[in-house]
Design a protein around this ligand. Structure first.
Ligand code: GLU
Length: 448
């Protein structure tokens, strides 16, 4: 056992050496590798075939120039990425992130996580991720369109319904997917809905895709609570962020009887003790693309805390839905001290390793992103199914499928954790369960 751990430690050191400076990628790899010691004891063939070393090396990485002109006619240059990480279970699948912080290390951490997340959905999708350091904030519609067209002018040659199917992530929503789909169609002269997901409802999109990540994460937390004979009823909840994931997390929490009292953006926090007014948040964020501070101008009894830390507010359920590493060790300790009993990650890797340690040691319900937020990509796979069948399903039918998928993911993570002697540890359960399916497919496909 100790010998095996030493081997895995060596593999991790090799990842550090081969990928210098990519700290988020290192963090994502370490979280998975730390769980695999007992797995390779049961499956020595994974060591023999170097499955772990191979899984840490993307199958293909594409980096490209994205030139475009702003409204003043000035030439701008951004960098585009697509990391096609693993296609053992299906075509590469994963979102595109447009944010100034994007560099190869961020895209690789997201792509790596996506392999195991997509495996957990039980649907036939491999893992990939992409994006750009383009900042959509403050850009006009025309500028966003010109950027998206230039981005797709390179990316289109790498995509395909059976090859690689991007979707949205931070900074990429229905508007951006629309512009990219239009450009793909124009360049290829093919109407191929299967090359992108998150499309508009009249041109190949799926009902529930918009709501899916937030709804799915809330279903996952609901399952964790149920496993402890508890529920959302009358729970005070915090949801960080105020984008697509946050909005539909708040909506589902309210539907399940919880009360969400705070959300945030990168400038500050809104605290509304009697419960957030979701219609107003949707109007501000989805329709008018404004900042969350404007909420307090409408609701005088709500408090706007500029540069505030949402995790200082007492709650029973916390659902980080903004971005990576938004909960550190100190925040996690504050949450636990204030009586938080469940954390469900709508964002990707929102908790630092120190924070995760605090949650696991406190033995509260902690649902890591790759399990809890898999509802988004799962519903993308349902969109692909509808596209392939030239079909479109009702909201109720699709939502029921999403709920069943989340219940299944929870059960698989829960049972895997028990099987490996760590009951209640969803980090271990998710990483092992997600890994084994990919590893077995890789063994079956031979050395490729
Ligand atoms: N970006 C989302 C995620 O992190 C969704 C990806 C997709 O729908 O392909 O899983």
């Amino acid at each position: 056992m100790a010998k095996v751990d030493v081997k895995i430690e060596g593999m991790y050191q090799e990842v550090l050496k081969r990928n210098p400076g990519e700290t988020e990628f290192h963090q994502a790899v370490l979280e998975v590798l730390e769980c695999l010691g007992p797995v390779v004891v049961k499956h020595p063939e994974y060591l023999e075939r170097k499955i772990i070393e191979r899984i840490c090396e993307p199958e293909r990485q594409i980096i490209f120039r994205v030139p475009w002109q702003d409204d003043k006619g000035i030439v701008q240059i951004n960098r585009g990425f697509r990391v096609e990480f693993n296609s053992s279970l299906g075509p590469y699948k994963g979102g595109l992130r447009f944010h100034p912080s994007v560099y190869l290390g961020i895209v690789k951490f997201l792509g790596f996580e996506q392999i195991f997340k997509n495996s957990l959905t039980g649907l036939p999708i491999g893992g990939g991720k992409g994006g750009s350091d383009f900042d959509p904030k403050g850009k006009t519609d025309d500028e966003v369109m010109r950027f998206c067209q230039s981005f797709m002018t390179e990316l289109y040659r790498h995509l395909g319904e059976h090859t690689d199917v991007p979707a949205g992530d931070i900074g990429v929503g229905g508007r951006e997917i629309g512009y990219m789909f239009g450009q793909y169609k124009r360049i290829t002269n093919r109407y191929e809905p299967g090359v992108l997901t998150g499309k508009g409802l009249t041109w190949g999109g799926s009902l529930v895709r918009t709501e899916a990540t937030g709804y799915g994460a809330t279903y996952f937390v609901n399952e964790m609570l149920k496993a402890r004979k508890d529920s959302f009823e009358d729970k005070t909840c915090l949801v960080s962020g105020s984008g697509n994931v946050a909005i539909y997390t708040i909506e589902k929490i309210h539907q399940l009887g919880g009360k969400c009292v705070a959300c945030s953006d990168s400038n500050g926090v809104i605290y509304h003790e009697k419960g957030l007014d979701l219609d107003l948040i949707k109007q501000l964020k989805e329709v008018e693309r404004r900042r969350i501070s404007d909420y307090a101008a409408v609701h005088k009894d709500a408090k706007y805390i500029a540069n505030g830390n949402i995790w200082d507010i007492p709650c029973q359920v916390a659902m980080p839905s903004a971005t990576q590493n938004e909960i550190n060790g100190k925040d996690a300790a504050t949450l636990v001290k204030n009586g938080c009993i469940a954390v469900g990650e709508g964002a990707n890797m929102p908790t630092t390793p120190e924070g995760i340690k605090v949650f696991l040691e406190a033995k509260i319900c902690y649902g890591p992103g790759k399990a809890a937020n898999a509802g988004g990509v799962a519903t993308s796979a349902l969109e692909m199914q509808q596209n392939a069948g030239r079909d479109s399903w009702s909201f109720e039918y699709t939502e029921k499928k999403l709920e069943d998928i989340m219940v299944n993911i929870h059960r698989n993570c829960f049972e895997t954790a028990e099987e490996y002697g760590a009951p209640g540890n969803y980090v271990l359960g998710a990483n092992i369960c997600g890994f084994i399916k990919v590893a077995n497919a890789m063994v079956a496909h031979g050395l490729i």
